[in-house]
Design a binder for this molecule. Sequence first.
Ligand code: GLA
Length: 667
Amino acid sequence: MVQVSQLAVPQAAPLIPRLDRIAYGGDYNPEQWPEEVWAEDAALMREAGVNLVSVGIFSWAMLEPTPGRYEFGWLDRLLDLMHAHGIAVDLATPTAAPPPWFLRAFPDARPWTREGTPLGGGARQTFCPSSPHYGAAAAGITSELGRRYADHPAVVLWHSHNEYGGANALCYCPVSAAAFREWLITKYQTLEALNAAWGTTFWSQRYSDWEEIAPPIVAPTAVNPAQELDFYRFSSDAHLANFRRERDLLHTLSPGIPVTTNFMLANCKNIDYWTWAAEVDVISNDHYLQAERPDNHIELAMCADLTRSVAGGTPWLLMEHSTGSVNWQPRNIAKKPGEMVRNSLAHLARGADGIMFFQWRASRIGAEKFHSAMLPHGGTDTRIWRDVVSLGASLSALQPVRGTAVTADAAMLWDWESWWALELPWRPSSELTFRERQEAFYEALWRRHVTVDFARPSADLSKYPLVIAPASYLLTASAAANLREYVAGGGTLVVSYFSGIVDENDAVHPGAYPGALRDVLGLRVEEFLPLHAGEAVALDSGMVGDVWAERLQLDGATVLASYVDGPAAGLPAITSHAYGEGRAIYVSTRLTGESLDAFTAGLGLPARDLPAGVEVVRRGDYTIVLNHTDADVSVPGSFASELITGSAVDGNAVVPAGEVRVLHAGA
Ligand code: GLA
């Protein structure tokens, strides 16, 4: 019997108030096509069940061909056409791609690389996020759009910009440098405070004037890590300021229409999405499979779970994914039959109330012409088109799932600040990477058919029986206190190696490692013992670690497994510490694959009797099963009906190879 876990979130309000269905559609770039094509687009959208399109994302030069001169006629006609066909519009501000006139007028608004190279046009995202010229121009076009289309009946959602923090996430130009100094003055008020926080007594870095401070441009050696961290924070905030400007204008000009911007959760290191989450009306996300990875559907699940978590457990919108191959990976492997539908429904299972693609019609020209689309170059006599139509029908059958909440069994901590800090230069091993540990633990839980929420380290964790803290190198004292309280209150906390080491300024917590977690873990890390490339260490539990080992001294913790060989031979490797009502488990080496599976098997998670490669998620009263294998599987339960096929089920359900079933105990 598939167990129902206890951690349900209350049912949420509709994702997009003026759209009473699961959203289905994609980016639509009609400006790339003669107007005669638009009528065919609208008819085919109807055929596919499309009900929402994102329009105008890259239309700035078509809407404002010269500064202050606007051409909205084509967009008026397009929006009217969409409305006439019952297709709602997610109308974009086109500010991710400033027109050529902007770059010519304001060459100092170009972004600079860390090496000091100004980046050119003919592309997109050629703007410095701190440029006041950019801000004024973006506000101009945003205001015009907001005024003109506030009351257009097709517009149900505003799509600010596109993927803030993409290619120009970190800009090192002189304008950014000045803005960085302003940000630092606001944060620290005095140079003394900045010097203390940055530890500038080290290497003679003491600042005596704000003007001496620069972004962390390429330097002869590693740059001050506290300076690097503040630059990440500043950069995330600089983009956020651009978003806020557009959002506030749209809220004023177009009240009642929510504003979103498409995030790139789990794949964008540079934006602290926990901070951004509260700023958007609708959480939306873009996700692209890493096509060459065999288990890429697990990475998809992780990104979807992170998106739901950033959305506070409420429904969210998958703004972009692909029907087939993308065009920007080294080898753009096509999706196999059934894969696109599974991908879409995996997002839905994990909380998405809308499934959108990049893009509606494949471009004939430009840099993305080899990217798949809902309507391929080959037209409607194609497998992709047939799958798009079939997915539209499935989503229509899945309306009852809309608005329901996903239940999770456990939480994992995810912190952009720790990601930034861990991957700065001059760490004890170049093999310490944030995403690797997150994915490894996530995958091990996925293989146990366990659903995970992500949480920031300061979040209230009390509802989770288990919290895993992978790669939590940077942990503030207050976040550590939160974890301590969680364990004291009865939780089980799992901490991976090299966690709880530094504070928000990358300063080592006082005393023996891991200063932030020593007491709750009941141990001290006397010495880091990074391993040679390819070196493995055996544990007496039969597990194998690599990359990292540590010399541990126990201070209350008990040993779960010891090193058999390697630099810590005979010493504890995995420990458990009873603390208050709970326990804290520490894993001092890198476990992967079967070893990590064996470790997670001992964590008391619900045991689900399902074959490998079968994904199960509980959403509302529905059990959504995705069969990623080549064989039909039987799912034990007391199911009475299935939504996609609309058929009755007699207890156990069969999910055919490669397919998805949405099961319900009622008729
Ligand atoms: C991103 C962008 C889209 C498009 C796709 C291609 O997600 O937002 O405009 O370039 O990638 O995969």
